[in-house]
Design a binder for this molecule. Structure first.
Ligand code: UDP
Length: 306
């Protein structure tokens, strides 16, 4: 995101506590190390820069961990966000792009999921994002803070130019885990549940390339900075792949077999999440550059190899 914004001529300040990120991943713009739990650091940040907008990515994202340790998620994703929004209010910054999630919909009543789908998160991670969306609506009504909420489905892929990719420790996501298992750099891939009510029994997800997510954030920023009203959009390709199908694509892309074993279901996993992202296509002309799962996995593989 920082690279893309810099390339478009924007000045960017990255504020990150490096609890999950890496200093060397921020190769351009200004970097400030700090935490959303540190109100003094936030005041210092906002008093020394004039921001047009904030893109708020600072959330914890691991569904299973949120089930085991909800306090961590409510503290970080909710309290941290409230601190950020308060600093924005204090310093008169009225535009925010917020990373929300398909997890706010819970177990889908129908797929593909559009923005009108009932919202009923089934895990604490999804709850923190759902609550933040509600807070943003109240803050807009009371304080005039405008937001674009982007509900990501499964963010995946890597920078096509190389140099940036998923770097989680521990890595929990399917695509990097499958590729590492194939490459002999990780454990055997455990498939979490093969008894779901889906054609092959494994969970179905809609994988979206990070570049396509970033494109949507750029459109969101342009919309907010030019005075546009608050919006919420789903972001996915509209195509669902089962865990087994992802494994097959990973094998084709890397030319190796992925060693697998079957394990129990992972707590908090809905069986099927597929986006209807026609609203953002219609309103802003967004369309994915890397819609095919092959391309997404290829970029992830290049990153693993590098
Ligand atoms: N998954 C799996 N084994 C793994 C990691 C993930 O079977 O080692 C499954 C997981 O249960 C889900 C899908 O792959 O159905 C995508 O999971 P991931 O953690 O990548 O993203 P999430 O859907 O949690 O955002």
């Amino acid at each position: 995101m920082v690279r893309m914004l810099n390339a478009l001529g924007h000045e960017v300040v990255t504020f990150d506590d490096l609890s999950a990120g890496f200093r060397d991943a921020v190769s351009s713009g200004k970097f400030v190390q700090g935490s959303l739990h540190d109100k003094l650091a936030l005041s210092a940040l906002f008093s020394t820069h004039r921001f047009d907008a904030v893109v708020h990515f600072a959330g914890m994202i691991v569904v299973g961990e949120s089930v085991r340790d909800p306090a961590k998620y409510y503290q970080n994703n909710l309290v941290g966000t409230l601190n950020l929004l308060d600093a924005m209010r204090t310093y008169g910054v009225n535009n925010v792009v917020f990373s929300s999630t398909a997890a706010i919909y819970g177990v889908p009543q129908y797929v593909p999921i559009d923005e009108q789908h009932p919202q009923a998160p089934i895990n604490p991670y999804g709850m923190t994002k759902w609550m933040t969306e509600r807070i943003l609506r109240d803050y807009e009504a009371a304080y005039g803070l405008r937001s674009v909420v982007l509900r990501y489905f499964n963010a995946a892929g890597a920078d096509p130019d190389g140099g940036l990719g998923e770097r989680h420790d521990p890595e929990t996501h399917l695509i990097p885990r499958a590729l590492r298992a194939a490459n002999g750099e990780g454990p055997v891939l455990t498939i979490f549940g093969a008894d779901y009510d889906t054609p092959d029994g494994t969970c179905i997800r809609d994988y979206i390339h990070i570049v396509d997510l970033c494109d949507a954030h750029v459109l969101a920023l342009q919309h907010l900075v030019s005075g546009g009203e608050s919006r919420a959009y789903n972001l996915g390709n509209g195509q669902g792949y089962s865990v087994k199908e992802v494994v097959q694509v990973a094998e084709r892309v890397c030319g190796k077999s992925v060693p697998i074993e079957y394990g129990p279901r992972r707590a908090g996993d809905p069986p099927r999440l597929v986006a209807d992202a026609s609203r953002i296509r219609r309103d802003w002309g967004w369309s994915p550059r890397f819609a095919s799962l092959e391309q997404i996995v290829e970029h992830a593989w290049q990153w693993e190899v590098n």
